[in-house]
Design a protein around this ligand. Structure first.
Ligand code: GUN
Ligand code: ZN
Length: 427
């Protein structure tokens, strides 16, 4: 494959902006990224890479900012069509809007239609990797991975398991959850850029037997991640505890069944108890912050101080979350942190949406960084995509001030281009 040389501004983190200096990044005003065989071959200045690779096909993105693609570490693609459903909190929202919609995904044609629409929306929004829940139906997993594969997208997903507290037609059993998850894992995990994730929805919709069966599957396949929900709303927490009276806390409902480890991804994790935080840190599990969802469903304010002890990824939680855009999600993360007296630096927001999520997913050696050897999943961010953003960016003194208006006010119009494995997605 021939070389492609992208020109634009570039930004590359030199450290974790939460652990080190917030501005621990290299910004190059006239930068360049060389793409070869789906990977980033080199990152440098426009002048030096033009001189070194005179035969490369040049794509000049002008003043736009070239970044790693956004990584959405927790989403529900089957909720695409019910995003922005009005007026309810978590349990009622699940019963009224989510479960009836998820019921439809036993139909492979419908599952494929929604999966295709989902990838069209997220790629347009600059999301190049997603970790998604599917539904209880194997068809929903096949549809999602099929559409990801057709686009060459790196994607993670699993069959959502539920064997109680869900309506007829949307329950499996402990045994069928194990059998179906195992068959799907064997079919899809490691196929190209796809990864299977063992996915109990959350403790309230699984019997102890089902959680144990999935814990056993995870023990047989430690190469896979495990994703679920934890401590999202106070009444959900009380319900989980009442269903597992022997558990020390919500986290323990998972640990007692073999569902806690460094490859565990816990969505939301808002109302954690001190023991839960200590235990999560001890085993090195990851938390996934879903700020638009946490405000939309009225769940609470995630504590960003947890980044000092735990890996934290960022996510839309579509369709509990109110946007497909990781820009909108970064803006919500900023606002939620402000409500807790924490001001997140633009570097921290961008890092969360790229390297932070990559680290949470254990994919930091493949994606999330603008560096040689990484997969060439990139976005090109127009920092002047609307008149409102452009007039503010015109007053910027440095790259952080130039990018912050796009973080706070930007949407898919700011995504000038999305590259998947070195190939442009937008016409
Ligand atoms: N908890 C269990 N299932 C879900 C879901 O689909 N969305 C959210 N936000 N929380 C959940
Ligand atoms: Zn979720």
């Amino acid at each position: 494959m021939s070389d492609i040389l992208l020109l634009g501004q570039t930004l590359r983190f030199t450290g974790d902006p939460f652990a080190e200096h917030a501005e621990a990044a290299n910004h190059t005003r006239h930068g360049a990224v060389l793409l070869r065989d789906g990977l980033i071959a080199e990152v440098g200045t426009a002048d030096s890479l033009r001189a070194a690779y005179p035969a490369a096909a040049v794509v000049d993105h002008g003043d736009a900012l070239i970044l790693p693609g956004f990584i959405d570490a927790h989403a529900h693609y089957p909720q695409t069509a019910i995003i922005a459903s009005w007026g309810l909190r978590l349990i009622d929202w699940l019963n009224r809007y989510t479960f009836p919609e998820e019921m439809r995904f036993g139909d492979p044609a419908y599952a494929t239609e929604v999966a295709a629409r989902y990838f069209d929306l997220t790629l347009a929004a600059g999301t190049t990797t997603v970790a998604s829940y599917c539904t209880i139906h194997a068809e929903s997993v096949d549809a999602f991975f099929g559409e990801a594969q057709a686009r060459g997208v790196r994607a993670l997903a699993g069959k959502t398991c539920m064997d109680r507290n869900a309506p007829d037609g949307l329950r499996d059993t402990a045994q069928s959850a194990y059998d179906d998850s195992k068959a799907l894992l064997e079919r899809w995990h490691g196929q190209g850029r796809l990864s299977y994730v063992i996915t109990p929805r959350f403790s309230p919709t699984s019997t102890p037997e089902q959680l144990s069966a999935l814990g056993a599957l995870w023990a047989e396949h430690p190469e896979c991640l495990m994703q679920t929900h934890l401590s999202e709303q106070t009444d959900e927490i009380a319900w989980a505890k009442s269903l597992f009276p022997e558990a020390r806390d919500y986290l323990d409902t998972y640990e007692q069944h073999g569902l806690l480890g460094p490859g565990a991804l816990f969505g939301h994790a808002i109302h954690l108890e001190p023991r839960e935080i200590d235990r999560l840190a001890e085993v090195g599990a990851a938390l996934i912050h879903c700020p638009t969802s946490n405000t939309f469903i009225g769940s609470g304010l995630f504590d960003m101080a947890l980044t000092a002890r735990l890996r934290v990824g960022l996510a839309t939680d579509t369709g509990g979350g109110s946007s497909f855009s990781m820009l909108r999600t970064m803006a919500a993360a900023y606002e939620v942190a402000q409500l807790r007296g924490q001001a997140l630096h633009p570097s921290q927001l961008l890092w969360l949406a790229t390297q932070g999520s990559a680290k949470a997913l254990g994919l930091e050696h493949q994606i999330g960084t603008l560096a040689p050897g990484m997969e060439a999943d990139l976005i090109v961010l127009d920092l002047t995509s609307t008149p409102a953003i452009a007039q503010r960016a015109a007053r910027a003194d440095d790259i952080w001030e130039a990018v912050f208006p796009t973080i706070m006010m930007g949407d898919d119009r700011a995504i000038a281009q999305t590259y998947i494995a070195g190939k442009p997605v937008k016409a």
